[in-house]
Design a binder for this molecule. Sequence first.
Ligand code: AMP
Length: 942
Amino acid sequence: MQKSAMKAWWDSSHMAGGNAAYIEEIYEAYLENPQDVAPEWREVFDQLPAVEGVEVETKHSDVRDLFKKLAQLGPAGRVSAPAASGGTDAKQVKVLQLINAYRFRGHQHANLDPLGLWKQERVRDLELSHHELSEQDFDSVYSVGSYAIGKETMPLGELFKSLNRTYCGSVGAEYMHITNTEQKRWLQQRLESVESRPAFNRDTKIAILKGLIAADGMEKYLGSKFPGAKRFSLEGGDSLIPMLKGLISHAGANGAKEVVVGMAHRGRLNVLVNVLGKNPSVLFDEFAGKHHDTLGSGDVKYHAGYSSDFATPGGDVHLALAFNPSHLEIVNPVVIGSVRARLDRRHSNDGGAVLPITIHGDSAIAGQGVVQETFNMSQTRGFSVGGTVRIVINNQVGFTTSKREDTRSTQYCTDIAKMVQAPIFHVNADDPEAVLFVTQLALEYRNTFKRDVMIDLVCYRRHGHNEADEPNATQPLMYQKVKKHPVPRELYAQQLLAEKVIEQHEVDKLVSDYRAALDHGACVVDEWRPMTEHSVDWSPYIGQEWTVPYDASLSVEKLQELGKKVCQFPEGFKLQSRVAKLYQERLNMINGEKKLDWGCAEILAYASVVEAGSRIRFTGQDSGRGTFFHRHAVLHNQKDAATYMPLQHISENQGPIEIYDSVLSEEAVMAFEYGYATAEPGALTIWEAQFGDFANGAQVVIDQFLSSGEQKWGRLCGLTLLLPHGYEGQGPEHSSARLERFLQLCADHNMQVCVPSTPAQVYAMLRRQVVRPMRRPLIVMSPKSLLRHPQAVSSLEELSSGVFHNVLAEVDELDAAKVDRVVMCSGKVYYDLLDARRKNELNNVAIIRIEQLYPFPHDDIQQVLADYQHVKEWVWCQEEPQNQGAWYCMQHNFWASIPESGKLTYAGRPASASPAVGYIAEHNRQQKTLVEDALNFKEGTE
Ligand code: AMP
């Protein structure tokens, strides 16, 4: 259009004159904040080209000029150009609104449910009449604005059809909640240019068909060979198989070197055999109850993980399917943590080298809070992985519950993804080409924008929750429909036959070949390759016990050298005054002027680990500073809020160290760190609770992964949990890290539970966790008041040996022969006992500390107790109530440690429902009593 014509149009347009002021007002609001205007207007304004010299602050008076300027821009302006024939300006705007309506709400009329049971709400915005348009206008040609079909104008009839094909076919695209215009345009371009249906070539179509044949063939085979056995069939969601293969292939072609998949039980066996290439004969043996490996307890087959390589156009990609428990969504942060470790190892900061795929169920993704936690983590510094491709196997029923009013409060099960503005592609699983299209699009979006993306694979479940279940009892109508519904491979084969892509005999051959391959028991995945590329070697850690010898010693000089480095920060970097004082004291400690406190020893442990080249990853809600102001590993410049981590400046060849204050989550963050630690044996990976009992927000991670992952799945994990614990009168929620819960989970040497009581001990314990070639979880009851306790100090010499003492002997020079009472304890109460004993000169009572409660150090304790074999009175003293702490779980070990003639008694708080009392006076009374009970004296009576 000529500039003059545009100008004439503008002058006569409804946008000029009386309406102009109104539009200007809206436009002004839009310039201030696009979110403040109605989506329809935002869409129109989004299409306006940027005008040089117009800033966001443009005020009302300038807007009129702006519109004039736009009018002069000609067709490049693209907004509401006059109809090329037969239309009016008003209609043109309506046409743009219609396009907009389809972009926003087309998904609500999309053909998504293979069973056709969804009752879709009537969306008037998608009707012509709502926009004062009608079929009478079908021949009129309008500008299509930014509609990315590759034409500037279209007859309305053609446009209307195109909009329906793009937005209301087998793909329901939800993306208009994204505020970033570039991302929106990018998605529009890809959806609209091919009307959500690209032309796939014959090879791709055959590959899709083969995938569907494999998915169906596998389930039928298992169903006939092992009738009634639980397999959590994929049937109904068969297109997941060609989808995953297509996704992995596309990822490999785009540079991915590894793909880590997390999924629950539904369809898992199918994925194992048809995507990861697990040998079917191994699976059949598992069905037959044969036991292949030598893992401890083992696990059911539909929880098993698997690893293999997969050939793609970009080279072989390593695949790992994570082991998972039945707690559906919890595996997702584990997978994402594992991906972060792999990315770190590959120095891939943008997520390019490793792709996480998480596969969800429709009820679980809407129902379980850990999903929200992982979305919230997805763009944070410490936890981002460049986006996750999330797939929902939406079979529209969770076990027996399918009524939407029972399962969720949102229209779609995927609405949670909108919290991070992820695009959501709903897709009809009976249209496998549409599925492949959105899958590729999702991956490209993830790779381009490094953000999460969601695919809602709308399918059905052919059987009950498992194959022995009767779904008609609870879903009668759905299952009447399912019974008559052809399987996906039949539907797609018919499509390809109609398209003359394949002949019937070829389809039959593909089906029989697949069945023959299963009969043969060999791998059925053409792309399967044996694992080759392995950057991590777990073999040094396999089969190692906690008693394996190691040397963690460092000379005092070396410690001082490291200590000086961790006290350095750039010139001009202004520390907060209390931090400056603490750093000065730390330097004094390093220089040998005073003994080391907890923070200093802990920092030295980290410095020594990274100096030796190992990686440290440390997260928790206040990890940088430390909840109790003792660590200060991350410094904050008081002048400009810049941060500095001295531990990152130890030496040129040091290992990397990352310390992140985490999002406020326990469950997903601990699961993430578990995933990280199971993928990175060389690192010291630490999660710290703000207060120890908050870890119970992550109880699933502790029960299902940490305490039993090695025994169930053979997956080692050296994650350390630092759980502040101690009775200082802070009440029920800030005293106990629930030691008893961890001890109750202990068996088979599955994890270590330690209660270090000196700086030298925490130093040695942390070093041991990396230097010793054993990878098992370390649960630490870490201190609060001991961080600053004047007696909880250690010398550099004590640190130098690097030995963690599982048991600490009596420290005072008592005459062992005169000792007639021995108190055993762990943690902070030791200092209360010591103090009272010294004050009251109770030299007949020896106090020993058990610093590792599990695995129980029988040999060490025998050595320490050797001089007290004559003693009859033995006491276990704890601060916790009697039904908590170590007493009940560890009593048998205490009894086993004392001489046969000895008698063991308990000194501690009385049994209590609450972990601690809330009243400080009562706390003090209890604390005094338990110390007196342990030492067998009453203050003032001795
Ligand atoms: P992945 O990279 O997770 O597929 O692991 C590849 C292989 O490394 C596995 O098949 C195991 O043999 C081994 N592996 C991976 N993670 C662990 C672990 N946490 N503990 C022991 N072995 C592991």
